[in-house]
Design a protein around this ligand. Structure first.
Ligand code: TYD
Length: 226
């Protein structure tokens, strides 16, 4: 039985990590096999690449280098974690995936979108999310949250506001162009309100899924799992 691949996307300070953690905990509590992971990172090699990407010492990094390093970490992540998880029947929840590269390296940095998309094909080997959740927020609001929070500020957070505006616009364009693949959620509200919308979208995705929570299967008496 194939699992499902759910990705959280969004600009800085949109609350992705909070929502991804919460969703993973909720699904796990209902008996669903869950794997929570993030990009860049999620593997030993990927975490080392992450350190290079986010270090304040990488200020002179070229946009092309940046795009290739994110893709390099992703290739390892797909092979070691994401694809095995989905093939193993798990609900794989990932904080950022290939659309982050389109939004940041093409939208934000200005690399040609077709080139960035081409690199993703190599990195993902064709693995695509079953659901993309865009936590949408104006750039200024997200940056204000990020800089006022205790969490660390990284190299990309320090990019100019216009960069983050381009990132957001790119995300909104991607979501508008493929509405069946995306759910856009207003992240400017309370975490509880955002979580309600996330749950609704995920429950809709999992409705027809045969690997339903063990508790539900027991209740309905249809405990067979493929
Ligand atoms: P992180 O601290 O995980 O930030 P966030 O909580 O916003 O996800 O740092 C990841 C940074 O890397 C973030 O600024 C977005 C950026 N990024 C890209 O530019 N391209 C990518 O493909 C990915 C996955 C992330």
């Amino acid at each position: 039985m194939r699992g499902r691949f759910i990705v959280f996307e969004g600009p800085e300070g949109s609350g992705k990590s909070t929502q991804a953690n919460r969703l993973a905990a909720r699904l796990a509590a209902s008996g669903v096999p869950v794997r929570l992971t993030r990009e860049p990172g999620g593997t030993a090699i990927g975490e080392r690449v992450r350190a290079i990407l986010l270090s304040e010492q990488s200020a002179e990094m070229r946009p092309e280098t940046e795009a290739l390093l994110y893709a390099a970490a992703r290739a390892q992540h797909v092979a070691e974690v994401l694809r095995p998880g989905v093939e193993n029947g798990e609900i794989v929840i990932c904080d950022r995936f290939a659309d982050s590269s389109i939004a940041y390296q093409a939208g934000g940095r200005g690399l040609p979108a077709a080139e960035v998309v081409g690199i993703q094909r190599l990195a993902t080997g064709g693995l695509t999310p079953d659901l993309r959740i865009l936590l949408d927020l104006p750039a200024e609001a997200g940056l204000a949250r990020r800089f006022s929070a205790d969490e660390g500020v990284n190299r990309l957070d320090r990019a100019e506001t216009a960069f983050h505006q381009r990132v957001r616009d790119c995300y909104l364009g991607l979501a508008a162009a493929a509405q069946d693949d995306w759910v856009v959620i207003d992240a400017g509200r309370s975490p509880e309100e955002v979580a309600g919308d996330v749950d609704q979208a995920v429950d809709r995705l999992l409705e027809g899924w045969s690997g339903r929570p063990a508790t539900n299967a027991a209740e309905t008496g249809s405990g067979d799992v493929e």
